[in-house]
Write a protein that binds this ligand. Structure first.
Ligand code: AMP
Length: 221
């Protein structure tokens, strides 16, 4: 099924970046935000800030996050619902770490539809699992994140593959532009691949791009 044409995409792009834990998603999202003038909305960052501030949400989420599990859909959907309108009002939004389940994707689609928007672009970073585990254990030493233990890492990978791949399929079925990006190599190399892959028609004027109107659908090669 091909979804309705995107509205307003020259000025307002709704993008999602996916990637398993350790894929460099946060680094690439920050660079995409700067280059494509998008508002970066990371649910993981929002949750970590709530945990650090010791808010009720943080207390509920902290324990779940430390175990490598996903926080409940209702909680995360409420967080995004509270922040999406402001983000949507700008040039565009890059969602990072959300939606992670089909229910979250359906909730997002409904929220966007209320404003006449839809998801325009999905970027999925792909890195072999052995590389990911190595990167995460290294990060654990440097940053000391509570969810970077080997057990929690394995659990988060499992969650990712089980649930998030279903979200990719959901958008592929809608005909949303889906770009699978090789996430190995240096951050510069990965970002270069992203710049080449994002269709210029979606990225807005002056942005680097590759191909014309970008309904590439389930381009899983
Ligand atoms: P991230 O920084 O995106 O890897 O997220 C870190 C952790 O926050 C995840 O392992 C989950 O526990 C939680 N989290 C972030 N985003 C979501 C989401 N959309 N749904 C459920 N849990 C989430």
């Amino acid at each position: 099924m091909v979804g309705p044409p995107p509205q307003d995409t020259a000025t307002r792009l709704i993008g999602i970046i996916f990637g398993p834990p350790g894929s460099g998603k946060g680094t690439q999202a920050a660079r995409i935000e700067a280059e494509f003038k998008l508002k970066h909305l990371s649910t993981g960052e929002i949750l970590r800030a709530e945990v650090a501030r010791g808010t009720p949400i943080g207390k509920e989420a902290g324990r779940i996050m430390a175990a490598g599990d996903l926080v409940p859909d209702e909680l995360i959907v409420d967080i995004v619902r509270g922040r999406l309108p402001e983000a949507e009002a700008g040039a565009g939004v890059l969602l990072d770490g959300f939606p992670r389940t089909l229910r979250q994707a359906q909730a997002l689609d409904a929220m966007l539809a209320e404003e006449g928007h839809r998801v325009d672009l999905v970027i999925a970073l792909e890195v072999p699992e052995a590389d990911l585990i190595e990167r995460l254990l290294r990060r654990a030493e440097v940053e000391g994140r509570a969810d970077d233990t080997r057990k929690a890492i394995t659990e988060r990978m499992h969650e990712y593959h089980k649930l998030t791949e279903a979200v990719l399929d959901h958008y592929a079925r809608q005909g949303v532009a889906l770009e699978r990006i090789d996430g190995t190599g240096t951050p510069d190399q990965v970002f270069d691949r992203i710049r080449k892959a994002v269709p210029s028609s979606l990225a807005g004027e002056g942005a680097p791009g590759r191909k014309g109107p970008g309904r590439v659908g389930a381009d899983a090669s």
